[in-house]
Design a protein around this ligand. Structure first.
Ligand SMILES: [Fe+2]
Length: 182
Protein backbone atom coordinates (compact mmCIF):
# COMPACT_ATOMS: atom_id res chain seq x y z
CA UNK A 1 0.00 0.00 0.00
CA UNK A 2 2.63 2.51 1.09
CA UNK A 3 4.99 1.21 -1.57
CA UNK A 4 2.33 1.90 -4.21
CA UNK A 5 2.20 5.52 -3.05
CA UNK A 6 6.00 5.80 -3.21
CA UNK A 7 6.10 4.34 -6.73
CA UNK A 8 3.38 6.76 -7.80
CA UNK A 9 5.23 9.75 -6.33
CA UNK A 10 8.63 8.78 -7.72
CA UNK A 11 8.30 6.99 -11.10
CA UNK A 12 12.10 7.10 -11.51
CA UNK A 13 12.42 4.31 -8.94
CA UNK A 14 11.34 1.87 -11.67
CA UNK A 15 14.27 3.02 -13.82
CA UNK A 16 16.93 1.90 -11.31
CA UNK A 17 18.38 -1.21 -12.92
CA UNK A 18 20.07 -2.76 -9.86
CA UNK A 19 17.51 -4.79 -7.91
CA UNK A 20 18.94 -4.11 -4.44
CA UNK A 21 19.35 -0.41 -5.09
CA UNK A 22 15.80 -0.14 -6.44
CA UNK A 23 14.23 -2.05 -3.53
CA UNK A 24 16.37 -0.11 -1.03
CA UNK A 25 15.14 3.26 -2.29
CA UNK A 26 11.56 2.02 -2.21
CA UNK A 27 11.96 0.63 1.30
CA UNK A 28 13.66 3.76 2.67
CA UNK A 29 10.71 5.91 1.64
CA UNK A 30 7.97 3.39 2.52
CA UNK A 31 9.33 2.64 6.00
CA UNK A 32 9.85 6.35 6.72
CA UNK A 33 6.29 7.09 5.67
CA UNK A 34 4.90 4.30 7.81
CA UNK A 35 6.95 5.49 10.77
CA UNK A 36 6.08 9.19 10.53
CA UNK A 37 2.50 8.95 9.28
CA UNK A 38 2.96 11.63 6.63
CA UNK A 39 0.84 11.91 3.50
CA UNK A 40 3.75 11.90 1.04
CA UNK A 41 2.12 14.29 -1.42
CA UNK A 42 1.46 16.83 1.34
CA UNK A 43 4.99 16.95 2.77
CA UNK A 44 6.35 20.49 2.33
CA UNK A 45 9.69 21.15 0.66
CA UNK A 46 11.35 23.21 3.42
CA UNK A 47 8.97 25.00 5.85
CA UNK A 48 11.31 27.68 7.32
CA UNK A 49 12.44 28.89 3.90
CA UNK A 50 8.91 28.68 2.52
CA UNK A 51 7.69 30.89 5.36
CA UNK A 52 10.48 33.38 4.70
CA UNK A 53 9.72 33.46 0.97
CA UNK A 54 5.93 33.26 1.35
CA UNK A 55 5.76 30.09 -0.75
CA UNK A 56 3.44 27.92 1.36
CA UNK A 57 2.49 25.50 -1.41
CA UNK A 58 5.89 24.06 -2.33
CA UNK A 59 5.93 20.30 -1.85
CA UNK A 60 8.76 17.81 -1.44
CA UNK A 61 7.69 15.33 -4.14
CA UNK A 62 8.05 17.65 -7.17
CA UNK A 63 11.34 18.97 -5.75
CA UNK A 64 12.77 15.45 -5.48
CA UNK A 65 11.62 14.67 -9.02
CA UNK A 66 13.28 17.90 -10.24
CA UNK A 67 16.54 16.86 -8.61
CA UNK A 68 16.34 13.32 -10.03
CA UNK A 69 15.67 14.49 -13.60
CA UNK A 70 18.33 17.22 -13.50
CA UNK A 71 20.99 15.02 -11.91
CA UNK A 72 20.41 12.16 -14.34
CA UNK A 73 20.55 14.58 -17.31
CA UNK A 74 23.92 15.90 -16.12
CA UNK A 75 25.26 12.38 -15.51
CA UNK A 76 24.11 11.08 -18.90
CA UNK A 77 25.69 14.05 -20.66
CA UNK A 78 29.04 13.47 -18.94
CA UNK A 79 28.92 9.74 -19.61
CA UNK A 80 27.95 10.10 -23.27
CA UNK A 81 30.01 13.14 -24.25
CA UNK A 82 33.10 12.72 -22.08
CA UNK A 83 33.03 9.03 -21.36
CA UNK A 84 32.89 9.79 -17.64
CA UNK A 85 32.74 6.72 -15.44
CA UNK A 86 29.53 7.69 -13.71
CA UNK A 87 26.83 5.35 -12.42
CA UNK A 88 23.40 6.50 -13.55
CA UNK A 89 21.89 4.06 -11.04
CA UNK A 90 23.78 5.67 -8.17
CA UNK A 91 22.86 9.19 -9.30
CA UNK A 92 19.21 8.21 -9.63
CA UNK A 93 19.07 6.36 -6.31
CA UNK A 94 20.97 9.09 -4.46
CA UNK A 95 18.80 11.86 -5.87
CA UNK A 96 15.66 9.91 -4.98
CA UNK A 97 16.57 9.54 -1.30
CA UNK A 98 18.60 12.72 -0.72
CA UNK A 99 15.73 14.40 1.19
CA UNK A 100 14.10 11.39 2.87
CA UNK A 101 15.03 12.93 6.23
CA UNK A 102 12.46 15.66 5.68
CA UNK A 103 9.77 13.21 6.76
CA UNK A 104 11.45 13.22 10.17
CA UNK A 105 12.54 16.81 10.21
CA UNK A 106 9.03 18.22 10.23
CA UNK A 107 5.92 16.93 11.89
CA UNK A 108 2.65 16.64 10.01
CA UNK A 109 1.90 20.27 10.90
CA UNK A 110 4.90 21.25 8.79
CA UNK A 111 6.58 23.17 11.59
CA UNK A 112 7.72 20.92 14.38
CA UNK A 113 11.14 19.37 14.13
CA UNK A 114 10.86 15.64 14.89
CA UNK A 115 14.56 14.82 14.96
CA UNK A 116 16.02 18.24 15.53
CA UNK A 117 18.67 16.87 17.89
CA UNK A 118 20.45 15.14 15.03
CA UNK A 119 19.37 17.64 12.42
CA UNK A 120 18.62 17.49 8.74
CA UNK A 121 20.22 16.11 6.64
CA UNK A 122 22.09 13.95 9.15
CA UNK A 123 19.02 11.92 10.08
CA UNK A 124 18.40 10.81 6.49
CA UNK A 125 21.27 8.40 6.83
CA UNK A 126 19.25 6.36 9.37
CA UNK A 127 16.35 5.21 7.15
CA UNK A 128 18.73 4.91 4.18
CA UNK A 129 21.08 2.61 6.11
CA UNK A 130 18.16 0.65 7.55
CA UNK A 131 17.03 -0.01 3.96
CA UNK A 132 20.51 -1.42 3.31
CA UNK A 133 21.45 1.20 0.76
CA UNK A 134 25.22 1.24 0.07
CA UNK A 135 27.69 3.68 1.58
CA UNK A 136 27.87 5.66 -1.68
CA UNK A 137 24.17 6.49 -1.35
CA UNK A 138 24.60 7.35 2.35
CA UNK A 139 27.33 9.79 1.31
CA UNK A 140 24.91 11.45 -1.13
CA UNK A 141 22.38 11.87 1.68
CA UNK A 142 24.94 13.35 4.08
CA UNK A 143 26.87 15.51 1.63
CA UNK A 144 24.04 17.10 -0.34
CA UNK A 145 23.56 19.89 2.20
CA UNK A 146 26.09 22.47 3.34
CA UNK A 147 24.73 21.97 6.85
CA UNK A 148 26.94 18.93 7.34
CA UNK A 149 30.73 18.77 7.20
CA UNK A 150 30.54 15.71 4.93
CA UNK A 151 31.94 16.24 1.44
CA UNK A 152 30.77 14.33 -1.65
CA UNK A 153 33.02 11.30 -2.05
CA UNK A 154 32.00 10.45 -5.62
CA UNK A 155 31.26 12.31 -8.86
CA UNK A 156 27.69 11.03 -8.47
CA UNK A 157 27.37 12.77 -5.07
CA UNK A 158 28.74 16.03 -6.52
CA UNK A 159 26.16 15.86 -9.30
CA UNK A 160 23.25 15.31 -6.88
CA UNK A 161 24.45 18.10 -4.58
CA UNK A 162 24.63 20.60 -7.45
CA UNK A 163 21.31 19.49 -8.95
CA UNK A 164 19.69 19.97 -5.54
CA UNK A 165 21.16 23.46 -5.20
CA UNK A 166 19.85 24.46 -8.63
CA UNK A 167 16.40 22.96 -7.96
CA UNK A 168 16.26 24.88 -4.66
CA UNK A 169 17.34 28.07 -6.43
CA UNK A 170 14.51 27.57 -8.91
CA UNK A 171 12.03 27.53 -6.02
CA UNK A 172 13.60 30.63 -4.48
CA UNK A 173 13.44 32.36 -7.89
CA UNK A 174 9.67 32.18 -7.65
CA UNK A 175 9.84 34.69 -4.80
CA UNK A 176 13.03 36.66 -5.50
CA UNK A 177 14.21 38.25 -8.75
CA UNK A 178 17.86 38.23 -7.74
CA UNK A 179 19.45 34.98 -6.43
CA UNK A 180 21.87 37.08 -4.37
CA UNK A 181 18.93 38.17 -2.17
CA UNK A 182 18.34 34.67 -0.77
FE1 LIG B 1 16.61 18.71 -1.77
Amino acid sequence: MTETTVREAFPAIAEITDDELRSGVLRAWAESLDETGHDLFEVPWFPPVQTELDLPDERLVPHVNDVVASAVAIAERLRDARGSDVSIDLVRAGALVHDVSKLYEFDTDGETAVHDALGHPHYGVVPAARAELPAEVLNVVLSHSNRTSVEPSTLEAVIVKRADQVAAAAIRAEARDDPREV
